[in-house]
Design a protein around this ligand. Structure first.
Ligand SMILES: Nc1ccn([C@@H]2O[C@H](COP(=O)(O)OP(=O)(O)OP(=O)(O)O)[C@@H](O)[C@H]2O)c(=O)n1
Ligand SMILES: C[C@](O)(CO)[C@H](O)COP(=O)(O)O
Length: 235
């Protein structure tokens, strides 16, 4: 499928303006993974994906030149705009979606910190959002889930309907923009973008995610991500 040649062009909004607090403070998106920065892996998957026309990269002011160079060195020719993010992920997504071209009917919001996303995961979410307006990849949770109160297990939460949501989360651009502007007007912030459109009553389709599509968050995630990358290289 090549959505960008149909009437629903896709802009990938890659958010990369976080503070890497849980990684220890150094910008985790510049840490090497098999010799290349985390963010270079992420951008390369979207560069190679036929469903994606443009890339908007959201960054902190101090990273702007470093990211521009990183994109040039890694052949990211789909990069249209580098734009400044905000203090929260929701603000950064709003900045990125606002910078996306109106020629793109769909936006695919992706964490710069998910370098192991695959073409298949992106393409499935895009295809579903092209039909329904909103879609996000999920994976079933593997652990038993408990509600904890005052340091004690207060309840067992049945996991058969639970899933962990990943990115890219794909939406009609006008729908997500409306939801994020509403969130901004009401001072609300969300941990993901589905929650912003759900707050306005929009249904989001669940598509197949991948257990490899981890978010590099804490130091041990680097070793896990490298193990997945080495396994891919061997295939
Ligand atoms: N104000 C923010 C916060 C997060 N992000 C981005 O959103 C993605 C997911 O966020 P997370 O993994 O939590 O990154 P950080 O916010 O950097 O991590 P931490 O919470 O540990 O500081 C990352 O690619 C991050 O760069 C962003 O663009 N702007
Ligand atoms: C968007 C996200 O990656 C979906 O799982 C996640 O919610 C980001 O959360 P974080 O608090 O910014 O790590």
């Amino acid at each position: 499928m090549n959505m960008s040649t149909e009437n629903q062009s896709v802009c990938a909004v890659v958010v990369a303006a976080g503070s890497s607090r849980r990684m220890g403070g150094e910008n985790k998106l510049l840490l090497p993974l098999c010799g290349k920065p985390v963010l270079a892996h992420t951008l390369t998957v979207f560069q190679m994906c036929g469903a994606v026309r443009d890339i908007v990269l959201v960054c902190r002011e101090q990273d702007m030149e470093v990211y521009r160079t990183l994109a040039a060195e890694n052949g990211i020719t789909k990069l249209r705009t580098l734009t400044r993010g905000g203090d929260t992920r929701t603000e950064s997504v709003l900045a990125g979606v606002s910078a996306a071209s109106e020629a793109c009917a769909l936006v695919a919001v992706h964490d710069g910190a998910r370098p192991l996303v695959s073409d298949e995961v992106i393409t499935q979410a895009v295809a579903e959002a092209a039909k329904t307006g909103a879609a996000a990849p999920v994976v079933p949770v593997k652990d038993s889930i408990k509600r904890i109160e005052n340091g004690k297990i207060a309840a067992d939460v049945p996991r058969d309907t639970l899933a962990a949501v990943q990115t890219p989360q794909v939406f009609r651009r006008d729908m997500l923009l409306h939801a994020l502007l509403d969130a901004a007007a009401n001072g609300r912030s969300f941990t993901d973008d589905c929650a912003a459109v759900e707050a306005l009553g929009q249904t989001v389709s669940a598509t197949s995610g991948s257990y490899e599509n981890i978010k590099v968050t804490t130091p041990e995630d680097i070793a896990v991500a490298e193990a997945f990358l080495y396994r891919r290289e061997k295939k």
